[in-house]
Design a protein around this ligand. Sequence first.
Ligand code: NAD
Length: 506
Amino acid sequence: MKMEATSAFAELERKYFQPEYGHFINGEWVQGDSGKRLPVYNPTTGTVISYIQAGNGKDADRAVAAAHAAFPKWSRTSAGERQAILMEMARRMKARLNDFAMMETLDNGKTIVESTYFDIPASIGMLEFYAGTPFHINGETVDHPDAITYVHREPLGVIAAITPWNIQLFAMMLKLGPALATGNTLVLKPAESTCLATLEFVKEISSLLPPGVFNVVTGLGPDVGEALVTNPLVRKVAFTGSRPTARKIMCYASANIIPQTMELGGKSANIVCEDADIEAAVEGAVLSTIFNKGEVCIAGTRTFVHEKIYDRFLDRFHTVLKGIRQGDPTNPATQLGPQASQIQLDRVSAYFDLAPQEGATTLLGGRRAKIAGFENGFFLEPTIFTGVHNKMRIAQEEIFGPVTCVIPFKTDDEVVAMANDSIYGLGGGLWTSNLGRAHRMAREIKTGTIWVNRYYNFVPGLPLGGYKESGFGREGALETLQHYTIAKAVVINLNEGPLGVFNQPQ
Ligand code: NAD
């Protein structure tokens, strides 16, 4: 059984991936300066899929130089040219939707259903959204009696984009889309543990862009990131990842005073009021626990349930989560795949040990899952913690696994206070049939997105981003264009001659 599963995967990997990838710099695939490679693992089998270049500062500098050289010409392309390129990228991805879905699943371990119905369509959607924007890059005018004024929105130059491993294609599109639409050039540093679908996307679309407009350097964050962000030719950094890394990147960005957008972590509240549709709320809580194996920045990992319905909700939540089909993520019947890496497996497992030490109860899961045929895969059981106090570390820290803390509450004020008692503020859910309560609580919760009566209800064009330590700047929306352009105010005086300020009699 084990041999069969592993060899079927090896065949899929050979079909979709190269045995080794270079950096993509100035329109060419090149070897890294260090001559070293990093392995990329299949999280389902625990075996090596491919190797990427272990990039360093010299590789980053080379990519930035190429992006800088490409900028003058690219920045002067017409809106129509940039729109056509983004649309063609979307078309090519759509034409190979199933291939890219399989690549995401092999690389990351997310289920094929999720890759097919979320990651790839959402990535295509972002390209299409930004394809519509080049014609809407315009400044305002301000009326003045003595002058004509106008504002140009100019591209910044070279953008450094650094992305995480959990949503590699979507996170890339959130940066690639606005960067290209506004006429910037780009150097992308994807996460080292999952970047193969990203590199295959680059292969698919590279012929569309002039050399140097879009470059990719792979490798470990600290080896590439500092040189990339501190390079004086880089004019902005767009980062998605963790708070500790964000702090470092903000320090690097301070070297040349460049702007940053930061999409960081979350510990979002999912609030189930006593007048909620319990079946719908349970479905939302289960989805929030298992979607992308819980490796989602915006997951509702603190589920607050009104005490009047707590027992009913918990009973159903437990039953449905226990029945989740876990296993081979390439099987369309599977609902929960493996964690993306050994590191992530270990991180989440540490919280399984912590929960009882903090006094919480593990109602379900809390262990490594044994999946026949995939004994070396990074599988964890879906997990519910009860007896949780909002101040516990398991309720305050981002666990990033298929884990939810369930906490009872009595009043709206109490639950809003608990929801806001977090260093984060990224997402959130609210389940109620009372319209006034929905609007009131949505206003009071300090978070970038709040979904009422359906979790993960992504609507393209809405701003994605955080309050507090979940980051700053917004992605996926028209306002993102502001983060990728700089305003220049032009004032044309309408009066003739000098002002005469120095012609006054003494
Ligand atoms: P991470 O911070 O470890 O890594 C993110 C990226 O930064 C990777 O490419 C990594 O190689 C790079 N990096 C690491 N050290 C670096 C350094 N010193 N200099 C420059 N780059 C460096 O985060 P992760 O574990 O890959 O991702 C998970 C985190 O991302 C979670 O906190 C999650 O909530 C967050 N996330 C947020 C969003 C959002 O939209 N807000 C989306 C997805 C993930």
